[in-house]
Ligand binder design. Structure first.
Ligand code: PEP
Length: 256
């Protein structure tokens, strides 16, 4: 079986000026240049994408956007298309973050369109799913996740093809920005469930290649335990990705 390469991705959300974004990515680049065996990605706000791309230069940091529109161009005021993201240097795009789902009312059907648009262009989607605290406490975690997977990956299911480069992120809503992390066992249980779902709905080759990131209050002191689990292939990091020191410690999880 092909080994999945760990990925540590920083979601900067609506934070950092262009200057601060450049400073941060330069510091990350300078300290990860020799690093083998782990991929690093940053997802700055749209306004900083091009400047961050330039600052990344030849270093191996991947650039991601935090959102995408499903059409390639047209009368969609305020939206950004995948081709525009590629023009700015993006190779990846976060889709369906729980903040987009809850604050901006994005449904799994919209997320499905976005994933399809990204894949058509060759942009790697980092597609987020996760349950709320109420759903977890009500014993609905797996039903909720199954429904999010079915609806958000509907186009892939119709085509009977999921690009193996697709990245999924399990982000329990109750763990995002709260300081509460799923235990490594809780996260592993869900990651295994997701991988089995891919196996059932696509094939075992795809299931073994798709990377599944964990997100939700990942910090330098919990990353190693999370990464020790078989089906956890990396992390989507919010708060702790805004400071070079904490993000670099997370990237260097296997030295801890
Ligand atoms: C996120 O927003 O994707 C996230 C995981 O945030 P935090 O690490 O701050 O919980």
């Amino acid at each position: 079986m092909m080994k999945r390469r760990p990925l540590i991705a920083g979601n900067w959300k609506m934070n950092l000026s262009v200057d601060d974004s450049i400073k941060l990515v330069r510091e990350i680049a300078a300290n990860t240049d020799q690093l083998e065996g782990v991929e690093v990605l940053v997802a700055p706000p749209f306004t900083a994408l091009s400047a961050v791309k330039e600052a990344i230069g030849n270093s191996r940091i991947f650039l991601g956007a935090q959102n995408i529109h499903w059409e390639m161009s047209g009368a969609y005021t305020g939206e950004i298309s995948g081709t525009m993201l590629q023009e700015a240097g993006c190779t990846h795009v976060i889709i369906g973050h729980s903040e987009r789902r809850s604050l901006f009312k994005e449904t799994s059907e919209i997320i499905d369109f976005k994933a399809k648009a990204a894949s058509l262009l060759g942009l790697v989607p980092i597609l987020c799913i996760g349950e709320t605290l109420e759903q977890r406490e009500g014993g609905q975690t797996f039903a909720v996740l199954r429904e999010q997977l079915v609806l958000s990956l509907n186009n892939y299911r119709t085509d009977r093809m999921m690009p193996p480069s697709t990245i999924l992120a399990y982000e329990p809503v109750w763990a995002i920005g709260t300081g509460k992390t799923a235990t490594p066992l809780q996260a592993q249980e869900v990651h295994r469930f997701i991988r089995e779902w891919i196996d059932k709905n696509f094939d075992s080759g795809t299931a073994s290649q798709v990377r599944i990131l964990y997100g939700g209050s990942v910090k330098p002191d919990n990353i190693s335990d999370l990464m020790s689990k078989e089906d956890i292939d990396g992390a989507l990091v919010g708060g702790a990705s805004l400071k070079a020191d904490s993000f670099l410690q997370i990237i260097r999880f296997d030295e801890r």
